[in-house]
Design a protein around this ligand. Sequence first.
Ligand SMILES: Nc1nc2c(ncn2[C@@H]2O[C@H](COP(=O)(O)OP(=O)(O)O)[C@@H](O)[C@H]2O)c(=O)[nH]1
Ligand SMILES: Nc1ncnc2c1ncn2[C@@H]1O[C@H](COP(=O)(O)OP(=O)(O)O)[C@@H](O)[C@H]1O
Length: 400
Amino acid sequence: MGEAPAFLVDDLQNEPLNGFELKNGTCKTTTTIGDKTYVIGGADDGTLSIEVQIFDRSRGEWVHPTVHGIKPLSCKGHSAVLLKDRILILKKGSKPDDQIWFLEFDTQYVRQLQNNFGNAVVVWSKGVTGNAEKPIVISGPSGVGKGTLISMLMKEFPSMFGFSVSHTTRAPRNMEKDGVHYHFTEKSVMEKEIKDGKFLEFASVHGNLYGTSVEAVEVVADAGKRCILDIDVQGARSVRASSLEAIFIFICPPSMEDLEKRLRGRGTETEEQVLKRLRNAEAEIEQGNSSKIFDFILYNDNLEECYEKLKKLLGLDGFVTASPKSAPREIILPMNHSLSKIDDKIIINCMSSELEKESKNLIMLDVSSLKGGAPGRTRRLDFQAVSSFSDGLTGMDQFS
Ligand SMILES: Nc1nc2c(ncn2[C@@H]2O[C@H](COP(=O)(O)OP(=O)(O)O)[C@@H](O)[C@H]2O)c(=O)[nH]1
Ligand SMILES: Nc1ncnc2c1ncn2[C@@H]1O[C@H](COP(=O)(O)OP(=O)(O)O)[C@@H](O)[C@H]1O
């Protein structure tokens, strides 16, 4: 049982409204789900950092949940709306790319963490507008050409794809840069971070530890790009079992002889490492072909042909890189706003905003097609400006 200011308990008991903003100047909101009230907002130490506490009404006590995910930066205030398995948080006066957040309390990922950590768990996930697509997981034995194919894709479509930079305990190769190819790290540091739940997946591969941090995937989504993960079969299996929706592609060599030639030709490994990678390759190819993990298997015989097939399955064949569209209009939610919810539409009534000059004082946030969520960002949010309800919600401007 944790300590929390007594006045909050009184406030909670008197004001059980969802999304209610406590009027005691602490910039907190409360959201009640069953016998639990989630109190979200400024810490009691006077800072505006966003903390989460749960008041268990049936037991009359405070619960301090384990909070996962990268939490939102402090803000001057926020409003909250309860959705099915998460609370939508709209930050006031924050930048457009930092104003929509979700606190998940009953999603698949939360339940998974709850099983691992055994107490109350909540997870933050930022909301991103637009149509960012599912991440792509690429696996295959060492030397098959994964890195080469990924580089080709990122070079041809720089604004479309972003690479998930893994952590590894292996030593950097000559041309590899820390933070670009990998986050090169100490084993003890990485093990501690794994224990703290910072990794989406991890595996021991060819004698070293490799892992994808939640942050690695989130920074790509934040940049509005589609995330590419280059991970081994064990990692792919873990991601498949996680709640991160992705497309899984396995790259196969034409033969073991070709694989050996490529691996030796690359000249980055010692003889001992080459032999270890070749030994592991047989089992990886076997699993890649037989397991149900992968949606697609591509043979990388002729590089150009394989690349064309990869583009085709990603829907990029014949894709002409379009001239950049005019930047989407951005809106900043005003400090002074109120919320209501009609089915899957959140109506934000702006008391004072730029939009008022255009006599558009309502913003509608459509949450009907939300995708993704923790670990990773929550995608497919759609903002629209509405003049008033008398419009019948027609004639709306798209903001995403
Ligand atoms: N599970 C997992 N595997 C990874 C990760 N990053 C890289 N790998 C895999 O680790 C293996 C070795 O990678 P690396 O040492 O860069 O050698 P390469 O495969 O020869 O390029 C490859 O199968 C990668 O796909 C990760 O974050 N998680
Ligand atoms: N289709 C291909 N034919 C011949 N060589 C290839 C082909 N694809 C990749 N390579 C070469 O094989 C080596 C290993 O490729 P790389 O992309 O580093 O593999 P991985 O990332 O899977 O370990 C590199 O020297 C690369 O230039």
